[in-house]
Design a protein around this ligand. Structure first.
Ligand SMILES: [Zn+2]
Ligand SMILES: [Zn+2]
Length: 629
């Protein structure tokens, strides 16, 4: 539908009083420009009725002609909003008729029933978009918010192109769906799956291999198509094995959008910046520069859980909670008008964690289920969480009483926060006093967690909203310099949480070298240990580790420290949880495809699920192409 036709239709729906002057496509949504924004604040049904007729999400925008100058508008906002709201930043974007307000307590900017907002709009014409300020400062979050605002004009243009692409006329009346397995198939790393129909091509995840294996990227080359033929990239969550290639896609010529939840956009940028940084420091050429990370953020269209979104003429996606890390999603893809339904689990936790609710299973329909198999073998049964926490507390107290250091290598996003919450609970209960040093990117990541409390379990959410963020317990000491590490080593008993989680790099490796040779110390492995990683070697009982130490020399480290593996903290489902997830689906999938696991795990999970619930099942190999319907 052309813009003029859209406008006519909208005016027909809301009448002349709404003073709608322009309608503009905004990616999968529609912007409605008005000279009477207050009308829409007072008639919430008006937005709903436009949305239901156009079948798109509607954003109300103030027409630039009614906006008062920003300096004046700013004074009015500050005078009208109560001081306790804690406004930290205001940005005016005239093109969208919107003032972006960052505040500690967004609810107070909005007011009861939106009363405060109405009073503001009446005086200044600007509509207000409120963000939550993170409880702790985050450079990344601040950076992304500023970049998005700075590039508004460019994003408006991009969104129009995306809209045109989604709503282009269909080119074929044939119907089929197939899927290309381009990575993370019978192994873990470089996830990428291309879903293809006669109309469209959508890439689900675009990860890298971070284990140091030969191949870093998924096998997009074998598709033999220019990247620009891909309509959309959908990212399940921020971990680099799912998101690390996204900036590189843009560098190679991809021009379309990325769909992700808001936390996934921000955490991906954090991890991608770090990826570039780590490679550079390691004297290796990063595949892309920071410029392309920014480009990826700018091209990301965010969706929350449950928002149904058309992304091509014949595909519609909905994100659901995956329970794995902040913003992690399973993706439901609806193809055609009820032609086929696919669910990608991404990384999945269908079990208890302190941070997130277990993964959601309420999909309307599932015919093909593509599920992760990280712990898919029959004997991959994790001990109950309570036992695991008790074990960690034992290691903690025994190590501290010996005067040792406890190193907990943890992925900066996900495991680190889960461990911090667990330790915080121990400390609250028992008044422990030992310092907990938190190194590397964990601080930034935790700050981003506090900006999205609605993505966390209710009790954690409540604590963040009442200024009682568990990440700010006084015993957590965030380490921001290398020199501080010497100080920690010279000091008394202490806990150290540091990335990376499988000791493939990052501060955890430095700490490892400093503490491993003393039997007073301990190392607790709490996350997935990549095949070939130092963490995996320790897990296997290898105690002679030749490593490059500071100064660049090679030396064999003799590990005397206690090494313990605690599977129960995993952000992945164990075998029983994977089976339970399938049993909880609203319908038996006609086909289950297992991916994202070592070969025997994928194969074993596929075989057993197929037998137990009597459905077709298979563990696809890399480069398999399967027709789903
Ligand atoms: Zn993950
Ligand atoms: Zn993964």
């Amino acid at each position: 539908m052309a813009e003029s036709e859209l406008l006519k239709k909208v005016v027909q729906i809301v009448g002349p009083e709404a003073q709608v002057v322009k309608v503009e496509p905004e990616g999968p949504e529609i912007g409605v420009y008005t000279r009477n924004p207050k009308y829409f604040l007072e008639n919430e049904d008006a937005v709903a009725s436009i949305a239901s007729v156009l079948k798109k999400r509607i954003n109300i925008r103030s027409d630039p002609s009614i906006l008062t100058p920003p300096e004046h508008a700013k004074d009015v906002i500050l005078a009208t909003v109560p001081e306790e709201a804690g406004i930290t930043d205001i940005d005016f974007v005239p093109e969208l008729g919107t003032a972006f307000v960052e505040a500690k307590k967004p609810g107070l900017v909005i007011g009861k029933n939106g009363e405060t907002l109405k009073r503001i709009v009446e005086q200044i014409g600007w509509l207000i978009h409120v963000y939550r300020a993170p409880a702790m400062e985050s450079q990344i979050l601040k950076g992304i918010r500023k970049v998005l605002i700075k590039h508004t004009k460019d994003r408006i243009k991009f969104n129009k192109e995306v809209f045109a692409r989604i709503n282009r006329p269909k080119k074929s009346d044939k119907e089929w769906v197939r899927i290309h397995f381009l990575g993370s198939s019978r192994f873990v790393g470089r996830s990428a799956y291309l879903v293809e129909t006669p109309e469209s091509k959508v890439l689900v995840d675009a990860g890298v291999d971070v284990s140091g294996a030969d191949e870093m990227f998924p096998e997009l080359g074998v598709l033999g198509i220019p990247l620009d033929e891909i309509d959309a990239v959908v990212v399940t969550h921020a971990h680099l094995d799912h998101s690390g290639m996204v900036p590189y896609l843009y560098k190679l010529g991809y021009k379309g959008p990325v769909y992700a939840t808001p936390p996934t956009r921000d955490l991906s940028a954090l991890l991608q910046f770090d990826f570039v940084d780590v490679l550079t420091k390691d004297n290796r050429d990063p595949p892309y520069s920071e410029r392309w990370v920014k480009e990826a953020s700018l091209r990301t269209i965010t969706r929350n859980y449950g928002e149904v979104t058309d992304i091509t003429p014949d595909m519609r996606i909905t994100f659901h909670n995956a329970g794995h890390i902040l913003g992690s999603a399973t993706v439901h893809i609806h193809v055609g008008q009820g032609f086929h339904n696919i669910v990608f689990t991404g990384d999945l936790k269908f079990g208890f964690s302190r941070l997130h609710n277990p993964a959601d299973t309420k999909y309307p329909r599932v015919e093909t289920l593509i599920m992760e198999s990280t712990y898919g073998a029959r004997d991959d049964v994790h001990p109950p969480r309570r036992e695991t926490e008790a074990a960690l507390e034992r290691i903690l107290t025994e190590t501290m009483e010996k005067g040792g250091k406890l190193l907990i290598p943890a992925f900066a996003v996900g495991r680190a926060q889960e461990i911090m919450l667990t330790l915080e609970a121990f400390y609250r209960k028992n008044d422990y006093e030992w310092p907990i040093y938190v190194d590397g990117m964990i601080k930034e990541a935790s700050a981003i967690y506090t900006a999205y409390p609605e993505y966390l379990r209710r009790d954690v959410q409540r604590r963040i909203l009442t200024d009682d963020s568990p990440f700010e317990m006084e015993h957590f000491i965030y380490v921001d310099s290398y020199a501080k590490r010497d100080e920690i080593m010279e000091g008394g008993p202490a806990v150290i949480i540091a990335p990376s989680g499988s000791l493939t790099g990052g501060p955890a490796v430095d700490y490892f070298q400093r503490i491993a040779e003393d039997s007073k110390n301990a190392i607790a492995l709490v996350g997935y240990q990549f095949e070939g990683s130092l963490g995996r070697k320790l897990q296997k009982g290898i105690r002679e580790i030749p490593m490059k130490v500071s100064g660049g020399k090679m030396r064999a480290i003799h590990v005397e420290a206690r090494v313990e593996t605690l599977h129960g903290f995993s952000g992945h489902s164990d075998r029983r949880q994977l089976e339970a997830f399938v049993r909880h689906l609203p319908q038996k999938p006609a086909r289950i495809l297992t991916v994202h696991g070592e070969e025997e795990k994928c194969v074993s999970l596929a075989r057993d699920l197929g037998r137990n619930i009597r459905t077709e099942s298979y563990a696809p190999r890399l480069l398999d192409v399967l027709r789903l319907r």
